[in-house]
Design a protein around this ligand. Sequence first.
Ligand SMILES: [Zn+2]
Length: 197
Amino acid sequence: MVLRPPSGGEFRFDPGALWLDLLVSGGPGELAGFETLHTPADLAAWTKLSRLRLDPARVHVTAAELAAAVRLRDRLWELAWALIRGGPVGPELAAVVDEAAAGPPPAPRLRVTGHGFRREWTLPVTGTQLLSAVARDVIDVLTGPYADRLRECGGVRCGLVFLDTSRPGSRRWCSMERCGNRSKVRALRERRAPDAG
Ligand SMILES: [Zn+2]
């Protein structure tokens, strides 16, 4: 996804999993300033940015579904922080995921292309189906091969969370072009001026 932070500029960021795509839309507490889900249409627009790549015009979201999405997302931030810090994940948090996962997710479709196949989704998609897809993705990730690969970007005051699916498991940055380069520049500056600050 392409992110445009309030501080300006833009950069590419692949969180590595659908449920982490949703975290990018905003969050609780300090993250409220990054909120992008103000109206049902905003959630529909998010589906185009996310790895689902849906046509927002064919995504039907009610006001109640938008509120449920924001609630789920904010609890998923709690889950992500707990996992990153190695803290406990209570059964109550798992129940929040289970509840969203209970309904049917969007149905996949096999699209034949010139070179092979592509997965698409049966449209229209409802907000409730979206939340089910996100919650099922949480379950898939936490019970899958990358369950212990959830990381927070090493950038100063970044806070973006991603699933490190690199083969060696050595991904440190949300994006090389943003935090990776900033960190390199900072290290260089510190090396040149060891007595400063
Ligand atoms: Zn970062």
